[in-house]
Design a protein around this ligand. Sequence first.
Ligand SMILES: [Mg+2]
Length: 113
Amino acid sequence: MRILVVEDNPVNLELVMQLLEDDYQLLVARDGAEGLEMALRERPDLILLDLSLPKKSGWEVCQELQGHGIPMVALTAHAIKGDRERALEAGFHAYVTKPIDEDHLFETIEKFR
Ligand SMILES: [Mg+2]
């Protein structure tokens, strides 16, 4: 299973990579524009998409990828009230809140296998 991780925060990115690199093939992008381009070029099986990103937000990337058949999981900051509900309305298929809970992350990813 190939997963594209789009995350600009180096600490969060490192954490996600450490958790997932043994079980999945990972592709990484550090801003929304790069993430969108990589998604279209590489056709990953799943995208983990931070919402707050430079160049293009996760919201914009999600909108532009509608109809491409790639499941998108939002990485949402728990502190931002309403983001989770908004993410599902915006077309994300699931969300994982930060700080990331390892079990929840794996459970969520495995739903799309
Ligand atoms: Mg961010």
